[in-house]
Write a protein that binds this ligand. Structure first.
Ligand code: AHR
Length: 517
C-alpha cells in the first residue's frame, strides 16, 4: 500500500509482485481523495518546455525560414505552432542547456545574412548560422502564447554582456540597445518573465565548485535587471539528480541557498537516465527496461523532497521556488541519426514517465512552481518529432494535452491502496494517482497503471462517475511514426458508478484523466 501526502510518499508495505499476480485478474485498487486538505495551486508553468540549439530541435523543428516550402508563419512551422498552442505551453526555456554558456547573443541579432556562422561544439560540432536568435525566439514564444525563459552565459562571457542582452530585450527607453532592437524590427520590449543565471554551472556551464557557482550567481544576478514592472524572475542554476559530484543535490543546493545572493528561484535537473554509456533503446525494449525506466522517473520524488528539505533550512517560508527546468527520459539516440543530436523515439513508456513525473510535481506544489521537459522537438523526450515536412505528436505530447485541466488546479492528497508492480528488481505502486479541483470547478483524477500486463479495478471514495480520455496501446513501446502518426492517441474513457462512488476499469499500461460528476 502506498500513501501519498503532500511532500512525501511513504511506502508502507510491498506486497505480491505482478509476476505472481498476472493471472489473478484485475487488481483491486482503492483510491481515497481528501478534499478537505487542498494543497497550494498547481502552477501552470510546471507544464513548460525546453528548446535548445541542439540537433533539429530549433532548425527544422521550429524554424524553417520564410522561404521554406514547409508551411510556416514568418519562418516558424505552422504545424508545430498549432500543436503547441493547443496544449497551451506556458513557458519555453532557450537557448540552452550547455549551449547557453558559449552563446553570444550579439551573434543572433540584426539582418540574418550578416550573422556569423558558429560551430555548436556541444552538440555534434555542426554549424549554426544564427538565423534563430533573440528576436526569433522572443517572437516565437509570443506567437505560441508562452512566457519566455532565457538563460544567460555566465561561463564564457562577462556580466556586462548579459546586462546588455537583458536591456536589449526589455528596455523601453530612448537608449542605444532599445533603439537597436527597434531597428531590428521590434518596437515594444518583450515581456521577459524568466532569466536563467547560467546552466549546470557544476558541469558544462563552467565546472564550478558549489561555492564558486554560488558567488557567480550572486555576481551575475546583481547586474541583470529588467524594468521592475516586468517582474522578471532570476533563476539560479542548481543541482543535478544524475551525476552527483560537484552538482550533488545536497552540497550544491546548500551552497546556493547560503551564498548565492538573494535567490528568487533555484533550478534542478534530473533525467530518467540510466548511468553508463548504454542507456538502452527508445523502442524495442523488454519489460526489465520498462520497469527500470519508470523506476528512474519515480526517483524525481525523493530528489525533489531532498532538495526542498535543504531549501527549507534557509527558507522555511518557501519564498524561493524550485524550478525543475530539465527533466525527461534519456536513451541511446536512434541508430543512424547524427551523433550528438540526441534524437530518440517516444513511446507509451515515455507517456508513463511524463504522467508519473507530472503527478510528482502535483504533490510538491509548495516548492515546485515551474518545470521544463527536455526537450520540445526532436530532442530527448520530445513532444513533437519532425522529418522534413512531416510531423507527429508523441505519446508524451498527448499526456500534456490530457493533463491540461490540472493547470492552476488545486491539488488534493490521495491515498492509493493496492498491489505493487515488480519486474527486474524494480518495485513500484501499480497505480499512481493525482487529484485536483480544476479552475472550472470540476474534480479531476489522473490514473496511471504502471503494470504492462494487469488491469486494475479502481474504486474511489468520490461521488458520481468519471469521464475523460485514456492513452494506452498494445505494446509497451507503442509509438507514432511518420507513416502512421496516429497509432497512439487519447480516446474516450468512462468509469461507472457503484454504490454511488466512481469506479474505473483501468487497462494495463495506461494513463487516464477523468472529470468526476
Ligand atoms: O538537454 C540536454 C543537455 O542536458 C542540456 O544541454 C544540459 O543542460 C543537460 O546536461
Amino acid at each position: 500500500m502506498l500513501k501519498h501526502i503532500f511532500g512525501a510518499a511513504l511506502i508502507l508495505a510491498l506486497p505480491a509482485s505482478s509476476a505472481i499476480a498476472q493471472n489473478d485478474g484485475p487488481a483491486q485498487v482503492s483510491v481515497t481523495v481528501d478534499t478537505s486538505k487542498p494543497g497550494p495551486v498547481i502552477d501552470r508553468h510546471i507544464y513548460g518546455q525546453f528548446a535548445e540549439h541542439l540537433g533539429t530541435g530549433i532548425y527544422g523543428g521550429i524554424w524553417v525560414g520564410e522561404n521554406s516550402p514547409i508551411p510556416n508563419i514568418r519562418g516558424y512551422r505552422t504545424d508545430v505552432v498549432e500543436a503547441l498552442k493547443k496544449i497551451h505551453v506556458p513557458v519555453i526555456r532557450w537557448p540552452g542547456g550547455c549551449f547557453a554558456d558559449l552563446y553570444n547573443w550579439r551573434d543572433g541579432i540584426g539582418p540574418r545574412d550578416k550573422r556569423p556562422v558558429r560551430i555548436n561544439v556541444h552538440w555534434g560540432g555542426v554549424t549554426d548560422d544564427n538565423a534563430f536568435g533573440t528576436n526569433e525566439f522572443m517572437n516565437f514564444a509570443e506567437l505560441v502564447g508562452a512566457d519566455p525563459y532565457v538563460s544567460i552565459n555566465v561561463g564564457s562571457l562577462p556580466p556586462y554582456d548579459a546586462a546588455q542582452w537583458v536591456e536589449y530585450m526589455t528596455s523601453n527607453e530612448n537608449a542605444s540597445l532599445a533603439n537597436e532592437r527597434r531597428a531590428n524590427g521590434r518596437d515594444k520590449p518583450w515581456n521577459l518573465k524568466y532569466l536563467g543565471i547560467g546552466n549546470e554551472t557544476w558541469g558544462c556551464g563552467g565546472n564550478m565548485t558549489p561555492e564558486y557557482a554560488a558567488s557567480i550567481n550572486a555576481r551575475y544576478s546583481s547586474f541583470v535587471n529588467a524594468p521592475a514592472a516586468m517582474g522578471m524572475i532570476k533563476v539560479a542554476s542548481g543541482a543535478t539528480g544524475n551525476v552527483g559530484g560537484r552538482g550533488d543535490p545536497q552540497a550544491f543546493t546548500e551552497a546556493m541557498m547560503k551564498d548565492g545572493g538573494r535567490l528568487q528561484a533555484l533550478s534542478f535537473h534530473y533525467y530518467a537516465m540510466p548511468m553508463g554509456r548504454d542507456r538502452g533503446p527508445a523502442t524495442g525494449f523488454g519489460e526489465d527496461l520498462w520497469a527500470r525506466e519508470l523506476d528512474l522517473a519515480r526517483e524525481m520524488e525523493p530528489l525533489v523532497s531532498k532538495v526542498s528539505a535543504t531549501m527549507d533550512k534557509y527558507d522555511p517560508e518557501k519564498k524561493v521556488a524550485l524550478y525543475v527546468d530539465e527533466w525527461g527520459s534519456w536513451y541511446n539516440q536512434e541508430p543512424g541519426t547524427h551523433p550528438g543530436f540526441l534524437y530518440q523515439q517516444n513511446s507509451l513508456r515515455d507517456a508513463e514517465v511524463a504522467a508519473l513525473t507530472l503527478d510528482i510535481f502535483h504533490r510538491h506544489t509548495d516548492r515546485v512552481k515551474l518545470a521544463a521537459i527536455a526537450q520540445m522537438i526532436n530532442v530527448l523526450q520530445a513532444m513533437i518529432l519532425t522529418d522534413g515536412p512531416k510531423m507527429l505528436l508523441t505519446p508524451t505530447y498527448h499526456v500534456f494535452d490530457m493533463y491540461q485541466p490540472f493547470m492552476e488546479a488545486t491539488p488534493y492528497p490521495a491515498n492509493v491502496s493496492g498491489p505493487n508492480y515488480s519486474q527486474g528488481g524494480h518495485t513500484m505502486p501499480m497505480v499512481d494517482v493525482s487529484a485536483a479541483r480544476g479552475k472550472d470547478g470540476k474534480l479531476y483524477l489522473a490514473l496511471v497503471n504502471t503494470d504492462p500486463h494487469r488491469s486494475a479495478h479502481v474504486v474511489t471514495n468520490l461521488n458520481g462517475t468519471g469521464r475523460g480520455t485514456i492513452l494506452t496501446g498494445p505494446a509497451m513501446d507503442t509509438h507514432n511514426t511518420f507513416d502512421a502518426p496516429n497509432t497512439i492517441h487519447p480516446v474516450a474513457f468512462s468509469g461507472k458508478s457503484a454504490g454511488g462512488k466512481a469506479v474505473f476499469d483501468l487497462p494495463a499500461k495506461s494513463i487516464a484523466v477523468v472529470a468526476i460528476k
